[in-house]
Design a protein around this ligand. Structure first.
Ligand SMILES: C[S@@+](CC[C@H](N)C(=O)[O-])C[C@H]1O[C@@H](n2cnc3c(N)ncnc32)[C@H](O)[C@@H]1O
Length: 264
């Protein structure tokens, strides 16, 4: 049912690149989540996404569920969620971490699900690994029920300094693929609308807590600071304020997008 218009060879090579890349990343995620301060930050992020789930939504899909840390929190609140990922290595961690969830190994650019199979589709940090963004988002639209919701959080590049830092990191770091990319708010809204969805709202997420607590495998300074958990709580509160102020929300590293199918 994929609507991807990308040439197959290119899509296959990205799939192969993502599988290879995430082989090495699976243990890094486990390391990342081994710190209480990092878990604190990620839980705040997950709660922000999970609270968007409509009350009656029962059929939930997490695309690019990776090692399952988001899926575990979703599953705790809404049992029966499905996790999909292309990386067997990432899913192996999920199998241990969320033993009750249904896990599917598949390429999200070639979705294995039927139309209207889900009430809410989550996508935390996976869109930027795809190459045919509109094709992927169209597939999400098709998988949603008429009153279903897409809830995604993706790297935001509205801030030119963040954009530059990301471009260098994605190009130079072995932990990213050169084709991975962040989005401007305008860009991600346009892609979502082009795929046949209406964007209900967007919200920036993560400034200080994202930088200092989110990724101890990249920037580990809080590992050496006593009271890192307390500091992270303070950062989270400051970030909430910063992200709510229009001019300052430019500092946000991620953008949350909530959208619904635009049908009939
Ligand atoms: C940045 S990680 C995010 C993992 C998880 N959502 C989280 O926040 O911890 C991106 C995930 O997307 C998966 N991924 C990348 N390309 C994919 C594709 N084409 N189809 C399915 N999953 C893909 C990767 O294997 C990886 O687990």
């Amino acid at each position: 049912m994929s609507t991807s218009s990308q040439p197959k060879a290119a899509a296959q090579s990205n799939a192969a690149a993502q599988i290879e890349l995430h082989k090495a990343l699976a243990p890094r995620y486990a390391y990342r989540y081994s710190f209480a301060f990092s878990r604190r930050f990620q839980e705040e992020w997950h709660a922000e996404m999970i609270r968007q789930t409509p009350k009656g939504a029962k059929r939930l899909l997490d695309i690019g569920c990776g090692t399952g840390f988001f899926l575990a929190e979703l599953e705790a609140e809404r049992p029966g969620a499905v996790g999909l990922d292309i990386s067997h290595e990432m899913l192996k961690v999920s199998e241990e971490y969320v033993p009750n969830a249904k896990l599917v190994t598949a390429d999200a650019e070639h979705m294995p699900f039927q139309n209207a199979a889900f009430d809410t589709v989550f996508c935390k940090g996976s869109l930027h690994h795809m190459r045919d963004h509109v094709g992927f988002l169209k597939a999400c639209e098709e998988m949603l029920s008429d009153d279903g919701l897409l809830v995604m959080s993706e790297p935001c590049n509205d801030n030119p300094i963040i954009r530059l830092a990301r471009a260098i990191m994605y190009r130079k770091s072995p932990h990213f693929d050169v084709g991975d990319q962040g989005f401007t708010k305008k860009g991600i809204v346009a892609l979502t609308e082009e795929s046949g969805m209406e964007v209900l709202f967007t919200k920036k997420f993560g400034v200080l807590a994202y930088t200092f607590a989110g990724f101890p495998d990249h920037l580990g300074i809080l590992r050496f600071i006593p009271g890192a958990d307390l500091l992270t709580r303070a950062f989270i509160r400051i970030d909430r304020v910063l992200c709510a102020i229009p001019g300052l929300s430019l500092l946000g590293f991620h953008i949350l997008v909530v959208a619904k199918p635009k049908r009939g």
